[in-house]
Ligand binder design. Structure first.
Ligand code: GLC
Length: 493
């Protein structure tokens, strides 16, 4: 062999050794990365675990806080707000009523012609308008003018098949889905904003007068007959259809519950006992927190960086506004520490709230063998162009852990209410919970886990008496029914 050939052979051999070394190093690095990713996942799973004993601890803590919140103001994380609603719909309601539903990124206006016991809901029309983001964090006049002008347009489109009793002004049930300290059934002051709203100068103000001022500016003569939380509206709407409804739960952008309480059990209630002996309580359970809640470093960081640190802890573990964001935080950690999505961290993954819960849900429900929906969503929403099947499986696993924890905690909250009502044991009466909210409605795994956990906690017999009924937009109809049952014309007639 000539010198040149020997030289070439040596160079080739050296190159081969170098390539092999690179491949081995790459494999070792990748094995290390997967081991680290597995450790992160294991830790997440452990910290998010909700065995049935833990769920009972959460339910017991919820019941305890309910008692404390009914005793006096400001002693509990649960506000247990007295709604002043002591007459739930009976079916006898008659007339034309409007409702306005504000509490998320959309608001709805609705009109309904009620025909009493025989006619029921004779006719109903609704319109949904999305709220531009800058109005959610701007001034109150701008927000209320926007809403009032949509209401004006909607009233203008009222057809002849709707009939207003002559000599009457139109009346409105206003569903305002934020914590409000009610001062009567048709007035109340805002305690704080939640769910990403942050409007200057409204905390402590009367919500109905803000709306009235805007209605006047728009020249619309309309009376607010009831100001209600969405949970209270949902409870009213549910009761209209089913007499066994005793509580309502919202699982949507935010989460909350309301239920019917014996007035004499509300120690902080100073007014006369209502004839019905009952008052609806808006729990504002989103603000519940307890040392029993399974929290992770991701939840703590989300809370600290949120618009309302220290508040709405239960909501931040459960509701649609936050589930996707928790998943994003876990993915970001994996991308940074284990190169889950390659050597560079995808820049979009660093944007808070970029991963919305409906996208998380779509990935979680991907049943294709190669998880192509997961791949497509990662590309579309996070700009991650190519992923391994192994990485896509990790994504699904994270969605699963986060969604299941939220759903099971929501079930524990419901059991806490049942316990307060003495309806958690066997041999109890049929007990119906009116449910509303996109998270429950559209996130199938979430819904199924919630039902599974209820069953696990209560056992087969007791859980067969508990019915969770989805009442689609029950709160809008419920608010108009409450406007009817609290109409100022009732006394006159
Ligand atoms: C938030 C609000 C609460 C509302 C819930 C569901 O938790 O504070 O009032 O009922 O979201 O919309």
């Amino acid at each position: 062999m000539g010198k040149v050939a020997v030289g070439a052979a040596v160079v080739c051999a050296a190159a081969a050794v170098a390539v092999t070394a690179l491949v081995v190093r790459h494999r070792m690095r990748s094995a290390e990365c997967w081991a680290r990713a597995a450790a992160v996942l294991r830790e997440l799973e452990e910290k998010c675990a909700t065995p049935v004993e833990k769920l009972w601890e959460v339910a017991d803590a919820m019941t305890k806080e309910m008692h404390a919140g009914l005793e006096s103001e400001d002693v509990s994380k649960l506000k247990m707000i007295i709604s002043y609603v002591d007459k739930l719909p009976t079916g006898d309601e008659r007339g034309l009523f409007y409702a306005l539903d504000l509490g998320g990124t959309n608001f709805r206006v609705l009109r309904v012609q009620l025909g009493g016991r025989e006619g029921r809901v004779v006719r109903q029309e609704a319109k949904e308008v999305s709220i531009p983001h800058d109005l959610m964090v701007g001034g109150s006049d701008e927000l209320f003018d926007f809403i009032a002008s949509a209401l004006v347009k909607f009233v203008d489109s009222e057809g002849e098949d709707f009939h207003l009793h002559s000599g009457r002004q139109r009346e409105l049930g206003f569903t305002f889905s934020f914590p409000v300290k009610q001062t009567s059934v048709a007035s109340g002051t805002l305690i704080k904003w939640t769910k990403g709203f942050n409007i200057d100068g409204m905390v402590g103000e009367d919500v109905v007068s803000e709306l009235n001022k805007a209605l006047q500016r728009q020249g619309l003569g309309m009376q607010v007959a009831a100001l209600v939380n969405d949970t209270v509206g949902t409870l009213a709407g549910g009761r209209y259809d089913d007499n066994d409804v005793v509580a309502a739960v919202i699982l949507g952008t935010g989460t909350n519950a309301a239920y019917v309480e014996r007035a004499d059990a509300i120690k902080k209630w100073k007014g006369p006992l209502p004839v019905s002996g009952e008052i609806v309580i808006n729990m504002e359970w989103g603000n519940f927190s307890s040392s029993h809640l399974p929290m992770t470093e991701y939840d703590n960081a989300l809370d600290v960086e949120s618009l309302n640190p220290g508040d709405q802890i239960f909501e931040k573990l459960i509701s649609g506004m936050y589930l996707g964001e928790i998943v994003r935080r876990v993915l970001l950690r994996l991308a940074m520490q284990t190169a889950l999505f390659g050597d560079n961290v995808p820049p979009q993954l660093k944007i808070p709230f970029v991963l919305r819960t409906p996208v998380m849900s779509a990935m979680h429900h991907d049943t294709s063998a190669d998880l192509k929906v997961v791949g497509a969503k990662l590309k579309e929403f996070l700009g991650i162009s190519s992923t391994s099947l192994k990485a896509r499986k990790v994504v699904v696993q994270i969605c699963d852990i986060v969604a299941k924890r939220g759903a099971r905690l929501a079930a524990a909250g419901i059991v806490g209410i049942l316990k307060k009502l003495g309806r958690e044991g066997s041999g109890m009466r049929r007990t119906v919970i009116a449910m509303d909210g996109g998270l429950y409605e559209h996130y199938t795994v979430f819904r199924e886990c919630l039902h599974g956990a209820l069953n696990e906690m209560l056992g087969d017999e007791a859980s067969s008496s508990v019915v969770v009924n989805l009442t689609n937009d029950g709160s809008g109809l419920g608010a108009s029914l409450l406007a009817a049952s609290h109409s100022r014309y009732l006394e006159q007639s």
